[in-house]
Unconditional design. Sequence first.
Length: 247
Amino acid sequence: MKIYCEKDYEAMSRRAAGILGAQVILKPDSVLGLATGSSPVGTYQELIRRYEAGELDFSKVTSVNLDEYKGLSGENDQSYRYFMNIHFFDHVNIDKSRTFVPDGLAKDSQKACTEYNAIIRREGPVDLQLLGLGNNGHIGFNEPAPIFEKETHCVDLAASTIEANKRFFEKEEDVPRQAYTMGIGNIMQAKKILIIVSGEGKADIVAQAFCGPVTPEVPASILQFHSDVTLVGDEAALSKLMERLEQ
């Protein structure tokens, strides 16, 4: 695993954007696995800046997103399709017909998962998968569980995840209780994985995920078994990991 410890969120975002940008330059028709949440916003802003400066071309890129809330349409301003549009897709020359997000309004959950797995197989393999890291160790919406889920599935969100996400909604009752997410198997099939973390609040879980035992109770710990993982974080988020590595 490669580790980049950056001074702050802005530096972390620039480093992550550089890695993603290099992937697109080296392989213009890359398949990118993309993530949502507060962690990648700065990365997307930096990618947009580089695109506007003429440094990047996304016209041949395909993207597959990790997850989507069940019950939200792509027009809902809290959906992850909407997030991707306003934070990235609307500002670069990516072909939106080549951007894929699970269907939050699907009536048949199992069918929705099967169809998204088919999209991942058809468009993949993912060349580079971007990940954030939840406070409880989740990646995508793969919550702590007795087993690692292999493929796209509908998951009941943990109370800690609902708590963390309620700041994006008017009130806690508005936060969806379920979501569709790529499975751990889908994520691990990516050729490269880029995981970004920031803030002191992530320090404990980062150390646990990358220095602790591999267990589905800490979903991100499975990344210890991937052959090409890059971790980019700020000093606060990586503080306890670096302490463990120096021991």
